[in-house]
Design a binder for this molecule. Structure first.
Ligand code: HEM
Length: 193
């Protein structure tokens, strides 16, 4: 079963392809932060669009983690990530989850200068530092791996169609989520805190 899914090499490609999509979308999200008043609807739209691809990347890295610690031979042979990056990973995941949970909580709660907005900003600062280091560490490896499943002629790793479908599926799900929830940014548009 494992070889049909591509094992750790397939897992690495899925992680890298979702990382590339996140990198581009998060760069756009970063632009909205620079002018949040004018771009709040875009901020919420891209934020919601990001939720399923973020979940996919957390799932694919958690999969590697679980397979490694449960002693799957192929994952053991590939080895774990470098120690500093292994230690950093929980901070990246926790701050990412915190930014998104507080962002969604802001929509539910509505406008105001409360604790949730403070937590959204504070988790963003932690996220920026941790993810900045994380991205720089992996930057040189990701582009080649990210496009590998989308190029004809690249060495085939089983499960390519499933991986492409998963990534396209999460982006589509994100678009549906974003279109159906961007209206909840409405009350924030008229808030001038
Ligand atoms: C589901 C996703 C998200 C939603 C619904 C959301 C929603 C919001 C809302 C309603 C505000 C308040 C805007 C205001 O003060 O007028 C805000 C501010 C902010 N958001 Fe998000 N957000 C999301 C994702 C993110 C992400 C992914 C990041 C960065 C990685 C981020 C970073 C920030 C920052 C830094 C601010 C404060 C900007 C400032 O006051 O200068 N948000 N967000």
């Amino acid at each position: 079963m494992e070889t049909m899914r591509g094992g750790p090499d397939g897992n690495e490609r899925l992680t890298a392809a979702s990382a590339a999509v996140l990198f581009l979308m998060l760069a756009a999200e970063g632009v909205t932060i620079l002018s949040i008043r004018q771009l709040l609807s875009v901020h919420v739209f891209i934020g919601m669009l990001l939720v399923p691809p973020v979940a996919l990347k957390i799932a694919s890295t958690t999969w590697r983690f679980a397979r490694y610690y449960r002693g799957a031979r192929s994952y053991r042979e590939k080895g774990p990530p470098l120690l500093p990056l292994r230690l950093l990973a929980p901070v990246v995941v926790a701050s990412t989850v915190a930014v998104f949970v507080t962002g969604i909580a802001l929509l539910i709660q509505g406008p105001g200068r409360g604790i949730v907005l403070g937590l959204h900003k504070a988790s963003f600062v932690v996220w920026l530092v941790a993810t900045g280091v994380h991205v720089l560490a992996y930057l040189s490896r990701v582009p080649r791996l990210a496009v590998a499943d989308w190029r004809t002629g690249a060495a085939a790793v089983p499960g390519s169609f499933a991986r492409r479908s998963l990534l396209a599926g999460t982006v589509t799900a994100g678009a549906i989520l974003a279109v159906s929830t961007v209206q909840y940014a409405g009350p924030w548009l008229h808030w001038h805190g």
